[in-house]
Structures are given as structure tokens and as C-alpha cells.
Design a protein around this ligand. Sequence first.
Ligand code: 4AD
Ligand code: MG
Length: 477
Amino acid sequence: MKPITISELLKQDASLHEVEVKGWVRTFRANRFIALNDGSSLQNIQCVVDFENTDEDILKRITTGAAVHIKGELAESLGKGQSVEIKVSSIEILGDSDPETYPIQPKKHSFEFLRENAHLRTRTNTFSAVMRLRSSLSFAIHKYFNENGFFYVHTPIITGSDAEGAGEMFRVTNLDAKNPPLTEDGKVNYTEDFFGKETNLTVSGQLEAETYAMSLGKVYTFGPTFRAENSNTSRHLSEFWMIEPEVAFMDLAGNMDLAEDFMKSVIGYILEHNAEDLEFLDSRLQDEDKKKPQAERNDMTLLEKLRFVVDNNFKRVSYTEAIDILRNSKPNKKKKFKYIIDEWGADLQSEHERFLVEKHFKCPVILFDYPANIKAFYMRLNEDGKTVRAMDILFPGIGEIVGGAQREERLDVLKQKMAVLGLDEEELWWYLDLRKYGSAVHSGFGLGFERLVMFTTGMTNIRDVIPFPRTPQNAEF
Ligand code: 4AD
Ligand code: MG
């Protein structure tokens, strides 16, 4: 007989047949009832031990966290909230767990505490639900692109180019730290980093994805990206995963349509396939909400929020319209933003984004046509000569979740822009080649995967939606 997962087992009828499971003990009550979980779902299976006929030594070793192998008969359960249970005929302790030192006790732990125990935190209901959802979302993403004619491209992690031109890169080096090559004025010569080249960890796969869009048509990349910005916020990581589709012959309007359809599709997927985990996280959030003063409570439950996104159009607003709204708005009792936008051309701060999404429009917002000077070099300049075909998607509770653009396809305009920003044409010769040989309108965007997981699970700290968070403060594990 092969051991099966608990989620499979719970679908079976209790017809008194022999079953076998392996998992970790959550609790052991009255020397009799084991709540066993194997990670396959939120559900524990109750295993009833015949304690009179079980060795005293074995009973002592059935402790929270221990790994066990159980054989027995599947029977109808009289217990509340479960249809079946296992009447244990044999139990083998696979791995002991010292109840004195095991960090994950059967009680509520704070997320801070669990972050310090990231190697064990998926043994809790909340984190196992979040990580199963993360897995499901990433499957839904590949499924969406696969069903819509996109090819998956593996863009490099080690790269010589700074795709965003923001200088927020981690160097990759194989220099001998004790004996580094020096420049004439005695400083470490980093241009020798990678077997004689200067290289970094990628901040985005976009530029390389563009090369594939200009040959395969519709492509996407989905991989880890790295940012050396020292932002210690609940929405920034040093290492995060990004989904970046790139499509030839598609303009900014098409890009917005794609992003909206894509986000609705992947959120729709988990609503359909991960109801149990979502309902659990939803009720957790509702319990949290009850502890807050009325004014701070969410006006929608998690499931309502997700359905709302799937069922309603995203509001499309130009940067210029958004600035007008912000100038004429009173955001709070103090009637002021911390950072006051008094001029066209200023970058929006997260308080402005949150205001637009949460207070003004009360739905996801796509902001487009930003001032050229606050956006990256590769964005398509509009005919007005001062805005670019950029788009950011803002989500309630999250702020910016997607950043994208129609790309500058005109060689002369792109070269001009690079010259103004001091970008080296020689370094990006291959990128310029795309504009020399068969150039065409093309567009794409980047979705921050962890921000999507935050939105769909209701978690409020980005460190709690990635298995092992890397931040300026944390690179343990
Ligand atoms: O807006 P960003 O910087 O855009 C790009 O990198 C483009 N090259 C994407 C493209 O057009 N192909 O990043 C895109 C998204 C942001 O909207 C945000 O969701 C996420 O990536 N992001 C981060 N997520 C977590 N931690 C950080 N430090 C992030 N920086 C960006
Ligand atoms: Mg951005």
C-alpha cells in the first residue's frame, strides 16, 4: 500500500478500509487524538490511538512537530468538522520533536517571530496557505501565457546592463577579495568583475525579453530579480520575482488590455482552485479586523476584494488627469498630503497612489502617459514631446503592482534619449540593433509577483509571502 496525502484521503468514503499516511503531529490530546498534517492542504486528519495497546515509550514520543507514519482503518468520524478519521493500528515515529525546544507551539505566534523561524513557519496554517497560493498563482501565470500563445524565455540573471538605468544593482564578481586588480589611482577595478567584464544581478529581464519579442512575437519571462535599493518597507525586497510579458506589434492600449485580462485570469484561477486556503485567510483577516476600531476596518472581505477585481473594469487615467485630481483633493482630516504635488512633472508618492485607488476611484487604476523625465529611458516618447507611453497599475492596499510601457522603437529618438541620460551606446549595441533591423511597435510590463501574492492573500508584509525574504536587514537561511 502506498501512503497517500491527507487531502486525497479526506475525499475518500469511510468504508473501513486500510490506509497509510505520513505527516507531522500538530497536537496530541488526551493520549488518544493526533491531529496530523502533511502540508497537502489545511486539513488535519484525526488519528485515534488505541493507547491501552500502544507502547508507553511511543506515546511519549508523539509530540507536536514529530514526523510519524501511521497505518490504520479509515472510519466515519463523530468529531465536529471532520467526516473521517483513522483508527490507528500501527504508529512509527520517523523523527522526534522535543516539545521543550520546538519553536512552533500549538498557539498563535506573531509574524515577526515566525519570520525568524522561516524554516519552520510553513508548518502553520497561515503560512502553508500562503505558500500553496503562491504555488498556484505561479502555475496560473504559466497557464495563462501558454494558452494565449506566449513563449517562456529564460532571461539571464547575471547581466552587464542596468535595464532600469536606476543604478540599483548588486555587483557580481569573481575578483580575489584579498588581491583585487587596481586602477591607476589605487582603487579596486570593478570593471574586471566577471572574467574581465563589469556585471550585476539583473534588475529586470525586460531588455532581453524585448529581443525575443522581436523574433518570437509574444514572450514572457518569470524569474528572480534583484534591487540594491535600501528601502526598508513592507513592499520592497532585495530579491523578488517578476513576470514580464513582451509583445511585438502591440501598443500601449493593447498592453493595458493584456495586463488587465491577465490579472483577472490568474486571480480568477485561484478563486476557482484554492477556495479552502482563501476562505481560511479571509476568516483570519476578518478576526483581525474585529479587533480594530471601526474606521480602520476593511470595507470588503478578502474574497469580495478578489471577486471585485475579476468583475470590474480597471479605471484608466492619464498622469495629467491624476495630478489634477490630487491637487483638488483633501486626503484626510489634516486635508493635506505629506508631500504636496504642486507642479506637473513631479513623481507620485505612495500616499498619492493609495489615495487615488483607495479613496478616489475605489478600484484598480491604470495610470498612463507619465512625464518622460521620471520614467526609464526605453519608454516611447509621445507626440507632445514631454510624456511617455508608460503605465503603472495601482491596486488597493498595495499601490504599484505593475510597471510597463510601450517601448521606443525609433532609433534616432532612442539614441537621443540615451545621450541625454549619459547611457553608453556601445554597451547597449544589441538593444539598438533591434531598432536598426526590422524595428516595430512593441510593449510589455512587469508584475511584481510578491505584490500579487500579498494582494491575493491579504498579507500586509512582503516578507511573509516569499519563502526566504532578502531585505537589507535579512539574508539568513
Ligand atoms: O516598475 P519596475 O521597476 O519595472 C520594471 O522593472 C520594468 N522593466 C518592467 C517591464 O516593463 N518589463 O518593476 C515592476 C514591478 C513593480 O510594479 C513592482 O510590483 C515590482 O516590480 N517591484 C518590486 N517588488 C518587490 N520589491 C521591490 N524592491 C520591487 N521593485 C519593483
Ligand atoms: Mg515602477
